[in-house]
Design a protein around this ligand. Structure first.
Ligand code: BYC
Length: 480
């Protein structure tokens, strides 16, 4: 079998020779109806009969893996796709460094691996649940199509993790696969596992911020898991990363187009001062300081996804060869980190300061620092658009101690520059930093659907190019 090609003959498209693996094939076929029920209940509301111009993977070859066509979302061919095996691959880090990569789950690491796979799997359907009402307020058919593309691919990422659970974890894998369909984002009794995945995504600015910030955590975590000594996980994550790139494109260009539209409208109206919020809002665009507040919210919620500053879980996972660092294979050190240290920002005697910590225990922070660097590059690109349009405003990431719910800084209140605040000061100033009810109402008032092909809502600029190089008037969604 040619691993690069995907077999579309059976119920479940795959490039893992599922036809020759009766046990797993049957388990996945049994899971399939529950998945479709979940999609119908919790997937995009209101557009399930519409024809959406979606890409589907036909190969895992990085060049030309996707084909585009009109599909009804429930008919999307969700499947199991792994990047090709690298011949002779070795475990790249930790105490087993240099040994052959595992093709089966090593018994002593079974629980740890299962937990990481379940957590990763849990985020995927959660994001679909969070975004399920957005189709109704899409600013264009182009954006609606991108939302649905992201949604079906998050669905496929769930399949990716469920395949690993069903194939490698026996009865408990099957139970976990079932539970992934039972939990619900934001549910009081059966919430999703990580905090940020229980928050709402009430409007399109939030959606773009989520795909910019939270999908970027997805990228970092998948890069770290793609290094895993457990080869099926590594191969799964490597293919997921090719899909993830589009999600971040959606976030980055979405926010950029909003910023661009705001700055253009300000220029046209002769408003140069970004603090003239009411005047800017009267133009029907989102003022830059409200965009900054949304960025503050989504960045801080996403930082929580990196776990605690000092983490034995992270140390154990690295030591075991299960979860590496961001792009471990490009780093130049001993890949074992047993003696080294890493500077971690901590709360010491009430003050926020760096402390050298054992490198193994600091791995969550190392990944988070890489993440912050990656976010800053994106923010730099937003700022270039603002500067090119001549508006004196700079977007900034807030301090990592700002508005945290996990880790050291969850115990304190801090402003966006990292100055500690009393509870009373925080209560008084919160709306300076985070979207207020009034901000939310204003954004909501703009969320009117624009469903005419080639047209865009007034608060967002059109994209530079279409999806699959389609022209501006292209009907990305044929609404049923
Ligand atoms: N919320 O040792 P610690 C994506 C728990 S996004 C709730 O610091 P660790 C996507 C923790 O479970 C990427 N609980 O944790 C994006 C632990 O509990 P137990 C998703 C939390 O393990 C957009 C305890 O606190 N993938 O793909 O070092 C759309 C001690 O914590 C949280 C992954 O995250 C939290 N935020 O780090 C769609 C990769 N943080 O076990 C998709 C897999 C910590 O002691 N997951 N806790 O009861 C991991 O690598 C790690 O589990 C974490 C946490 C980095 C999340």
């Amino acid at each position: 079998m040619n691993i690069a090609q995907v077999d579309y003959d059976g119920l479940i498209p795959n490039n893992v020779a599922l036809g020759q693996d009766e046990r797993v094939k049957r388990a996945l076929e049994k899971w399939h109806p529950g998945y479709i029920n979940w999609w119908n209940d919790m997937g995009p509301e209101g557009f399930q009969e519409s024809l959406v111009y979606l890409r589907t993977a036909v190969s895992v070859d990085p060049k030309g893996w996707a084909k585009f066509d009109y599909v009804r979302m429930p008919d999307y061919r969700w499947g199991v796709l792994l990047a090709p095996a690298l011949e002779g691959r070795k475990i790249p880090f930790g105490r087993h460094k240099g040994e052959d990569a595992w093709q089966e789950v090593p018994g002593e690491y079974r629980a740890m691996l299962r937990r990481l796979i379940v957590i990763q799997g849990d985020t995927e359907p959660a994001s679909v649940e969070q975004q399920r009402y957005l189709g109704k307020t899409a600013p264009s058919l182009y954006d609606m199509r991108n939302l649905f593309q992201v949604n079906v691919e998050e669905g496929r990422h769930l399949w990716a993790m469920v395949y690993l659970l069903q194939k490698y974890f026996g009865t408990d894998g099957r139970e976990e696969a079932e539970a992934l369909l039972q939990r619900r984002s934001g549910d009081a009794d059966t919430p999703r596992m990580l905090g940020a995945f229980n928050e709402q995504t009430p409007d399109w600015l939030s959606f773009f911020m989520f795909t910019f910030f939270t999908d970027r955590d997805g990228k970092m975590q998948l890069e770290a898991l793609a290094q895993s000594g457990f080869d099926p996980l590594s191969r799964t994550c490597r293919f997921m990363l090719t899909e993830e790139a589009h999600h971040m494109f959606v976030g980055e260009t979405g926010v950029t187009r909003i910023i661009q539209r705001t700055c253009e409208a300000m220029k046209d109206a002769g408003i140069n001062d970004p603090n003239e919020i009411e005047k800017v809002r009267k133009l029907g665009v989102i003022d830059l300081s409200t965009i900054q507040k949304k960025a503050n919210l989504h960045f801080s919620l996403t930082l929580d996804l990196f776990g605690n500053e000092i983490s034995t879980n992270a140390a154990n996972a690295f030591h075991a060869g299960i979860k590496g660092r961001y792009r471990e294979d490009r780093l130049k050190d001993d890949h074992q980190l047993e003696g080294g240290t890493y500077p971690v920002l901590r709360l010491i005697d009430g003050r926020i300061q760096h402390e050298d910590s054992p490198a193994l225990s600091a791995l969550n922070m190392r990944l988070r620092d890489d993440y912050v660097g990656d976010c800053n590059n994106g923010v730099g690109r937003w700022n270039k658009v603002i500067a090119d349009l001549g508006i004196p405003f700079e977007m900034k990431l807030p301090h990592v101690a700002f508005h945290r719910h996990i880790g050291e800084f969850s115990k304190i209140r801090a402003d966006v520059t990292g100055n500690r605040l009393s509870d009373a000061d925080w209560a008084g100033r919160r709306d300076e930093f985070l979207p207020s009810d009034e901000d939310r109402d204003f954004i909501e008032s703009l969320m009117q659907p624009q469903l005419e092909p080639g047209k865009f809502a007034g608060w967002i600029a059109p994209p530079k190019v279409g999806i699959d190089n389609k022209p501006g008037e292209f009907e990305y969604v044929k609404i049923a």
